[in-house]
Design a protein around this ligand. Structure first.
Ligand SMILES: [Zn+2]
Length: 488
């Protein structure tokens, strides 16, 4: 069994904020979950580094564009350690060796089968959007995002025959061959298809867009984002590299199991991307998961307001697993959510310090003091009702993770913690521990399973707990350990 998951590649014009972190943490949970099931996992992320916006951002800082995107890419890469992310590869679209060759190969294949053709195009072009807008996109004649009137531009561009693929894509989405999660978003895509798909422009004049991959055999044109950024999902696992290892890797992992993206780019992933793949006869993505957006204290994050939260700063202040927990638990996986430091502290103290932290400390203290060594058979064969509760929790977690409801998987785990708290309160093993070995072994069993269940979500804390319940031969050696979530 293999599992290939990707995040969107982030636009390299700004450092990462907690919205970027959310997507990467969600993907990391899925990658770790599948690795724990002994599947062969490939987790890909990266940065989208071409385009006029990046060029302009570099210019405004009087920086060389490549140096600028190098710096931003480093900021994104630093999240790996700060948030304990387990990606296998970080792909950059300015990487000629790993990315450009695959893009050239794809372009040539599309051109060869007639799906890329050249024609004159006149349109309303917004520099900020780097896109041609239609009359109905405008508000009072201006781009609503940039509050500027678009320029009228006529140029020769290459186009992709998206119009040819509407019916076939519709069928694949309707019968869940490309599964869109949450299912509610499926209808957005189907209604777009029903409205009719037009061919899309896939190049820009080199003059207007000098920062990008040149069109093969036509140096007057630059490849536009659809055929530059989207193919990272292919090039990230070796497409276009002419060596045995890359070819094998590509065949092992394609098609992708999950594209995890923000809801704003679903359209491109559910329409343009499958059409490109159909054109070159590659298997289609199995599923596309979409997440929502994060506000801060109810407001959209923006540099102007000055409320952009850095996930790295947060992790340094409160700990990696605390940040992971908040984002995974507070934000419903497929919906919008909010961040506030107040709510963060509330969840931290209530659910991490008092919940998981307190239960862990109670169990490890009781066991290490009274029975620092317990036979593995005693711990791994608890009372029947308890075992049922654990199995039921596990089933529930599997279900929720497979439905991409990570917050509900956490609710199920915290329900087991509550069950453990009630068990220890009822059993009162501190009153006469010499007669309560069975009860203490049961509690260790609960804790050990909780640690196992949280491992994709809170990997550090899971490791710490399990290191205090260490198997040695046919016994578990239990130590008290440290306080995993001191109150804040
Ligand atoms: Zn615009």
């Amino acid at each position: 069994m293999k599992f290939y998951i990707t995040t969107a590649i982030d636009y390299a014009n700004n450092s990462p904020h907690i919205g970027h972190a959310l997507e990467k943490i969600q993907a990391d949970v899925l990658a770790r979950y599948h690795r724990n099931r002994k599947e062969k996992v490939f987790f890909l992320t990266g940065t989208d580094e071409h385009g006029t916006k990046n060029l302009r951002a570099a210019q405004s800082l009087k920086m060389d564009t490549q140096n600028f995107v190098d710096k931003i890419a480093e900021d994104f890469k630093s999240l790996k350690k700060l948030l304990n992310l387990s990606w296998d590869k970080f792909i950059r679209t300015t990487d000629r060796e790993n990315h450009w060759h695959g893009v050239f190969k794809l372009w040539r294949a599309l051109k060869q089968n007639g799906d890329i053709y050249k024609r004159s195009y006149q349109g309303l072009y917004c520099v900020g959007c780097e896109a041609f807008l239609t009359e109905k996109d405008l508000v009072n004649g201006k781009c609503p995002d940039h509050l500027k009137e678009p320029e009228i531009i006529e140029e020769e561009n290459y186009f992709f025959r998206l119009s040819e693929y509407g019916n076939r894509i519709k069928e694949k989405i309707l019968n869940d061959e490309i599964k869109i999660v949450p299912a509610g978003r499926k209808h957005e895509i189907l209604s777009l298809i029903n409205g009719g798909l037009e061919d899309i422009s896939v190049s820009r004049s080199r003059e207007r867009a000098p920062w990008g991959i040149p069109v093969p055999d036509d140096d007057t044109q630059t490849i536009y984002v659809w055929i530059d950024a989207l193919p990272n999902y292919l090039t990230g696992i070796g497409f276009g590299r002419d060596n045995k290892e890359s070819r094998e890797q590509f065949h092992e992992f394609w098609p992708v199991d999950v594209h995890l993206i923000g809801k704003d780019i679903l359209k491109f992933h559910a329409l343009i991307w499958p059409a490109i793949l159909m054109s070159i006869e590659l298997p289609l993505p199995k599923s596309i998961y979409t997440h929502g957006w994060i506000t801060v204290n109810g407001q959209k994050m923006s540099k102007t307001i000055g409320n952009v939260i850095s996930p790295g700063d947060l992790a340094v202040k409160y700990g990696t697993d605390a940040v992971r927990y908040y984002l995974l638990r507070e934000i419903p996986s497929t919906e919008d959510g909010d961040f506030s430091e107040e709510k963060f502290k509330e969840r931290y103290n209530g659910e991490l310090a008092n919940g998981l932290g307190n239960f862990t400390a109670r169990v490890l203290t009781l066991a290490s003091k009274n029975y620092p060594e317990i036979l593995a058979t005693e711990i791994d064969n608890p009372e029947e009702n308890l075992w049922q509760k654990i199995k039921e929790t596990e089933k529930n977690i599997d279900k929720k993770i497979n439905e991409f409801k990570l917050h509900e998987a956490l609710i199920a785990i915290w329900d087991l913690i509550r069950f453990g708290d009630i068990y220890v309160n009822d059993a009162k093993p501190w009153e006469n521990p010499q007669n309560k070995k069975r009860e203490i072994a049961n509690l260790v069993c609960i804790l050990k399973n909780i640690a196992k269940f949280i491992s994709p979500f809170l990997p550090q804390v899971s490791d710490i707990i399990l290191s205090n319940i260490k198997k040695s031969g046919n016994v578990y050696k239990i130590s008290k350990g440290e306080n995993i979530f001191p109150r804040i």
